[in-house]
Design a protein around this ligand. Sequence first.
Ligand code: SF4
Length: 643
Amino acid sequence: MVGLPLTQNNAAWYLGEHGPLTATLKGFQPRPSQQEFALKVEESIQYRGTVLAESGTGTGKTFAYLVPALLSGKKILISTGTRYLQEQLFHRDLPTVAEKLKVSVTAALLKGRSNYLCIDRLEQSRHATRVSVPMRDELEEIFAWSARTKTGDKSEVSGVREDSEVWPWVTSTVDNCLGSKCTHFTKCHINVARKKAAEAELIVVNHHLFFADATLKEDGFGQLLPDVDAYVFDEAHQLPDVAGNFLGSTIGHRQIEGLVTDIRQAEIEDKSGIPALLDRTADVEKAVRELQLAMGKRIQRYSWEELVHNQPDLESRLKDLATSSSKLVEILAKAADSGDHLERCYERAASIGGQISKLLEQLDSNTIRWVDVTRFGFRICETPINPGPVLAKIFSRRNTSMVFTSATLTVAGDFGHFRSQMGLGEVDEYSWGSPFNFADQTLLYLPEGLPDPREENYQRALSEHMEPIFKSSRGRAFMLFTSYKAMKAAAEYYIDRTDFKVLVQGDKPKAELLEAFQRNPKVILCATMGFWEGVDVQGDDLVVVMLDKLPFESPGDPVLKSRLARMEKDGLNPFMEYQVPRAVIKMRQGAGRLIRDFDDYGVLIIADPRTRSKRYGKKFLESLSEMPQTSDRNLVSNFLASI
Ligand code: SF4
C-alpha cells in the first residue's frame, strides 16, 4: 500500500494482509483506511498529539484504535458513548484483539457510581419501613445476589428491572456515600472497581463518567479516574451534549427528598434523640412541595425569568425553602456527633442548602438558569451558555494524547463545528470515508409534492406517499421521526393497513423491538430519536430508512434560546453556525442506519421538502453526496423490488 510503512513494529502491519488479524480472525479483511487511522492513533499516543478522526461506517474504527492502544505499553483510557457500547468493547472487542495480537494487558471496566451495589445502603434497607411488596421481593433477590457477586455491578441482576424503584435504595450517590468513614470501605464495590482501574493499563469508561470525573477535578474536590497517557473518545459526536449535562449545577426535588429520607433513616441508625430534628426535616419536605406547587402543573422547560414571570409566588417559595434548609443544617450540625450517617447527612444538607441559597443570587453573564418541570417534580439547573471555554480548560489541562473519533464529526467535510463546541484549537484532522459503495448500494429519495412540514396535513400526506414504497420494499423499513406525536400518527395509519406488521418504539424494550423487526416479514418500525443512532441491522432485513423531517432541535428550549441569542449578540449567524450543523450531524446518524455492510442495499428517504427548497438544505445533501439522488418514486420501487 502506498504511503504506509508496514513494518512489523507498527499498528498498520498488525491490521494488514500479513498481520495476525487477517490470518486468524474469521471474516476480517484488511482495509487501508483502518490501517492509516491506526497509524495516526499510534503517532498521537507517541507524541501526545490531539487527533480528530472521522471514520465512516465499515472502516473498523474500534480495531483501528484498539490495536495501537494495546501495543503502546502506555496507560490508556477509552471512553464510549453508552454503557452498552462500553460492555461490548470490554467483553467482546478488547479480548478478541488482545488474543490475536498475543498481548497481555490488565484492563478494567469502570461505570458510574449508580451501577454498583452500596453495601451500606443495602444493610440500611433491612430497617426500611416504607417498602412495597414487589420492592420487598426485589430486595430479597438483591440480598441473595450480594452474597455471591464479585463486582457488585447491578447489570448482573437479571430479575430486577434496570429502572426499578429499588435501585436508589441500594446504590449510593456522591451525596450519601460515607466514603472513608464507611465500615464497608475496604470491600466497597465502587472502591474496588476504582482501585482496579487505577492499576489497569487500559480502562474502559463512558462519556458520562469521564465528565463526572472532569467536573470533580475542575472543582478541586477529588477524582474518580486515574491519570493516563492517552484518551480515546469513541462516538465523540456525543461529547458536546453529554458535557452540557455535567457543566454547571443542578438541584431538584429528587436530591432534597432523598436527603429527607436519608435523615430519617440515619436517625434510626445513629439515634441523636434531638426532637426538633425530625420537625425541621418535615419543614423542608413541606417547603419543597410548596415550591413545586408554585411552579404550576405544566410539564415544560422554562428559563428562570419566564417561570418567575408566570408564577409570582415562585421566588418567595424559594426563599422559604432556603430558610427551612438553613434551619435544618443548624440542627443537623448538633446531631452530626451522634454517628457517621447523621454526620454525612449534615454535610449533604449544608451542600444542598448552599446550592439553594445560591439560587437567590445574580448569575454571571455566561450562565443561564432554567427549570425542568416534570410530572413528579422539578430540576433547577445552571448551565454555561457557551461551554467551549470550560471544555477547553478541561482538555488543555490534561496535556496528554487525545483521539476523538466517530462516523459523524464533520459537516460537509468540515470539523469546525465540532472543534468550536469542544473548545479545541488547531489539531490534526483526518477523515476516512466508508469503504461501502454508496453509488451502487443506495438511492437517496427526495419526494416531491409533500406539503410544508409545519402544516397540519404533513404527516398524513407523508404516510400516504410512503405506502407504495413500503409495498415495493415489503416492509423492511425504519420510519424515523423527530417527534413522538408524528411517530404515533404514522403508526396509527399503518396499523390500519393489514399489509404490514407495525412495531412502535416504547411498546417493547429496544432490543426486543429489533429482534422482532428482524424475525418478522413485512415490518415497519416507527421510532423517534432513540433509534437515530446506535442501531445496527445488517443484511436485507432493513432496506428503507425514512427521516420525516430535518432534525432541528426545539427552538423553545431555554438553553438553546440563550445560546442562539448569545451568538447573535456576538455577530454570528446562530442558525447557520449552530442549528444547521447540529441537525446535519443528527441527520447523518439517522442515515447511517441504512448501510451497515458491503452486502447491504437500500433507499434513504429524506421526506422534508425543505431539503430541496431551502438554501440550507444544500448543507444536508453535501453530507450525502456519494448517494445517487432521485425524486422518481417508480425508480425507487424498481430499486427496492430488486433487493
Ligand atoms: S463507601 Fe460509600 S458506596 Fe461504598 S459501601 Fe460505603 S457508603 Fe456505600
